[in-house]
Design a protein around this ligand. Sequence first.
Ligand code: HSE
Length: 419
Amino acid sequence: MTEHKKLVIGVFGFGVVGEGLYRVLQQTASLNATIKKVCIKNPGKKRNAPAELFTTEKSELLNDAEINVIVEVIDDANAAFDIVSTAIKNGMATVSASKKMIAEHLPELLSLQQQFDVPFLYEASACASIPVIRNLEEYYDNDLLQSISGIVNGSTNFILTKIFEEGITFSKALLAAQQLGFAESNPDLDVLGIDAVNKLAILLVHSYGIVSLPGDLLYSGIKNIELSDAKVAAEKGCQVKLVAKAVKLKNGKVTAFLLPHFVKPSSQLYTVRNEYNGVVIESSFSDEQFFYGKGAGSLPTASAVLSDISALSYGYRYEYKKLRYHTPSELTNDLYLKVYISFDALKNIPKEEFEWIEEFYNGQERSYLIGVIHFNKLVKDNWWKQEGISLIALPDSIIENIDIRKLKKRSLELAGIVG
Ligand code: HSE
């Protein structure tokens, strides 16, 4: 049996994930790895580890010849990029959980890894404890991968569960998500969908070889979702969940977006509650597979960091197979989406933008419509993100080619207007 490489680790950050890592490493005797130093920002804070472990001087880690792995689990994306890029340039294998930093710097991080021939692993950055990146990277061939759809943010799923199942208010649910260590230190990142779209951007490179900046993807969060939306969802037998999707269309191109969705009980995602995440992967011959696990929190996230550290000990690195050994897929906005939109004032809804409106409910306090709109119209305009308007994708929201006459006839039939 080959001896695994001894790993001497320098850790940046001792927050929720850093402290979790310290704890899980102490309980993983089989791994030949020790933390030599932890770099922190605030030396005054009381920490549950020996004082001599800590420093505020990053060069003590980055210039230590004995340290061969840098683990970066800090909260500040700019500082994180600085640390990670310096570590890679110094030839140190690097592990990170900073999804915002990774998503926003994917092109640079890809070229730094190639240029300096250094492994950079970040399993914890998407769906925390679920090993989805490594599975997408290693197992699913680009040609066979039909779609991924997932609940990839624990805090928003926790909040939706608490509001709609337990009837507690948004602000109380958010506070609980913060106290439990699920939420970002700026919780707007969770609530507005930014954290989840960052994760979608990371998953896209490992599933389809698509390198895209998160800001270029269509996304929204849960801030505008109302109790009345959940009631309509329930009438239709659905739940509201924030779902990230990447789907290969019939023309071979891929569409990717993050939107609240009406999720049917037949979907595995329907059962995903609280801070859990779930990802359904659909491939040509095996149909659907479902990955499920804790998507936030100290030890679940630390377990993914630990698994990356362990993978480094046998020389594992991402090869970005879909990007480098296949022709990467191309993103497209040329499709239609079927969406539910609720609003308090009809005048704020550009009805003429819709190809077809198949349901319209005019309520005293809140109204809604269900209609079909071109994807690009949502990309280009922001009216649907404004306060007072909530947009939720229908379960089978993607319409690739629209035949308006057929759709109109079917809608009229459904409405009982023609036979
Ligand atoms: N704030 C993130 C979430 C943490 O709630 O999913 C894990 O990435």
